[in-house]
Design a protein. Structure first.
Length: 284
């Protein structure tokens, strides 16, 4: 299997733009694909803003920032984006049928030897791989938000994933300076399963009036050295995203993942976290 040099990221939202950022920063040629030109422009603008902040903090040189942006090409045509890619990483919404439709469509456009990866945080990679003509070249690459700061990369081996595929994406992850773990495909993998159970219990504590949002988060940051409390992390991830994952794991694993009512109410009210300006915290 040839070394990975050209990467296409599908979905120019927060995670897609973040993955494009770390890939381009590490020297890969990157295409950022979205059917919405506005979303592509916003994604690249987000990368530019993040790099500018890095320059201001003396963590990124201006030269490296300019080189990173030059390696990212924003596109809206799928065939143009994936035809010569070595690795395609999808970062579209957490919907199994939507992702499977995408995998089926990509099968007619990608090279036979290209790798198809999903950034899903909880859906079955084995089921996704079944929609691809070469399931042995499908793998999970679960990045964490924001990718330019959080270096963990969870590689998820589907039932069909070949050793060669795992080795190729592991090498790409090393080049991106990721700290990697390898897990077998199971609901929630390792990270979402453990992280979500803590977040859901924190929400139940707020709902029951045990303590304030701030004090519950402080308990974990000060007492357990977590870099961010579970409720603030939920605001960063997006309450709608966490609700979708909780509902999926509730079906797959059991009652411990039943979403608390406070989470459902906030999502219904459009309070999805940092991206809407309000969630468990006020970000306005």
């Amino acid at each position: 299997m040839n070394p990975i040099e050209k990467i296409t990221v599908i979905g120019a939202g927060t995670m897609g733009a973040g993955i494009a950022h770390v890939a381009a920063y590490s020297g890969f040629s990157v295409r950022l694909l979205d059917i919405d030109r506005g979303a592509v422009d916003a994604g690249i603008a987000h990368v530019s803003k993040t790099l500018a902040k890095g320059i201001a903090l003396d963590k990124v040189t201006e030269t490296h920032a300019n080189e990173t942006l030059a390696r990212i090409q924003g596109v809206t045509e799928t065939l143009e984006a994936v035809a010569d890619a070595d690795l395609v990483i999808e970062a579209i919404p957490e919907n199994m049928e939507l992702k499977k439709m995408l995998f089926q469509d990509l099968s007619t456009m990608m090279r036979d030897d290209a790798i198809l990866a999903t950034n899903t945080s909880s859906l079955s990679v084995t089921e996704l791989a079944s929609a691809a003509p070469h399931p042995d070249r499908v793998v999970g690459m679960h990045f964490f938000n924001p990718p330019h700061i959080l270096t963990l990369l969870e590689l998820v081996r589907a039932w069909q994933t070949s050793e060669e595929t795992v080795a190729a994406v592991h090498a790409a992850g090393e080049r991106m300076e990721r700290d990697m773990i390898i897990v077998h495909d199971s609901p929630g993998f390792a990270t979402s399963r453990l992280g979500l159970i803590l977040g859901l219990e924190a929400m139940r504590m707020v709902q029951a009036g045990v303590a304030t949002v701030e004090d519950i988060d402080a308990a974990m940051t000060l007492g357990y050295r977590h870099p961010m409390g579970p409720l603030k992390l939920t605001d960063h991830v997006g309450l709608d995203v966490r609700l979708a994952i909780a509902e999926h794991l509730h079906r797959e694993i059991g009652e411990q993942f039943r979403p608390p009512q406070i989470l459902r109410q906030l999502v219904r009210a459009g309070k999805l976290g940092k991206k809407t300006g309000e969630g468990f915290y006020d970000w306005r």
